[in-house]
Ligand binder design. Structure first.
Ligand SMILES: CC(C)(COP(=O)(O)OP(=O)(O)OC[C@H]1O[C@@H](n2cnc3c(N)ncnc32)[C@H](O)[C@@H]1OP(=O)(O)O)[C@@H](O)C(=O)NCCC(=O)NCCS
Length: 201
């Protein structure tokens, strides 16, 4: 496998990415309380495909155990999104790789108190840039629920194009849901929103 087709990221050599307002860094055990509190909000969980609800004490630690293994197996790069000013944890964003297909799926969630400030868009743009700049992937994609216009808007603002709708594709917490697919090819990607990586980060 060529270098461009495997992950350059590991748990111990995790990238740090800075944008205008955000610092994206490795998820740490000290984030567990914030994760359990913010991901524990049903309004966050219900818009994702995977966050469990209720989010019980200890689940964040279990998630981090899996995350560490997934990083070291080259399956993903996932960030704690924090505020550059003050370091407050506000959400999670990252990429899950399918190296054999030269693509990655972008995923994110943000704590409800931080919605509507442009943080998801800023983080998503940074994560897309990291994927194209630091790996050989040719495509970034995502699926958002049909009833999640905020996430669809974030994906569009990060440059992804709508590609179609999988009708009644998932049942989540008893609710049937359409999934709207989005994708962005390297050849379409606009580098102008590229973030900076601090020295040594
Ligand atoms: C979706 C989510 C990440 C957005 O985070 P955010 O930081 O508020 O996003 P931003 O502020 O960067 O952008 C949100 C955009 O959606 C728009 N929006 C919000 N609610 C909307 C609605 N009901 N209908 C249409 N647009 C809406 C906002 O106006 C904004 O667009 P604008 O900048 O053009 O005005 C956040 O709400 C969240 O974490 N939700 C729960 C988990 C989730 O949905 N994860 C993604 C799964 S695919």
């Amino acid at each position: 496998m060529s270098e461009s087709r495997c992950s350059p990221f590991t748990w111990s050599d995790h990238p740090v990415v800075e944008t205008d307002r955000l610092r994206l860094r490795r998820v740490e055990r000290t984030d567990a309380d914030a994760i359990e509190r913010l991901a524990g909000d049903f309004d966050v969980a219900r818009m994702t495909a995977l966050i469990p609800h209720p989010y019980e004490p200890g689940m964040a630690d279990e998630w981090m155990d899996r995350l560490e293994q997934d990083h070291d197996a080259g399956r993903c790069v996932v960030f704690a999104v924090t505020l550059r000013s003050g370091g407050e944890f506000v959400g999670v964003a990252g990429l899950t790789f399918a190296w054999e297909h030269e693509r990655a799926e972008i995923g994110y969630w943000f704590g409800k108190p931080y919605w509507g400030r442009g943080y998801a868009t800023e983080a998503a743009r940074a994560v897309v840039a990291l994927g194209f700049e630091r790996t050989g992937i040719e495509r970034v994609h995502a699926g958002a629920f049909g009833h999640n216009p905020a996430s669809q808007r974030v994906l569009r603002k990060a440059g992804l194009r709508e590609e179609g709708t999988r009708r009644r594709h998932l049942v989540r917490f008893g609710q049937p849901a359409d999934v709207v697919d989005f994708g962005l090819l390297r050849s379409e990607w606009n580098v102008k929103s590229s973030p900076t990586e601090p020295p040594g980060g």
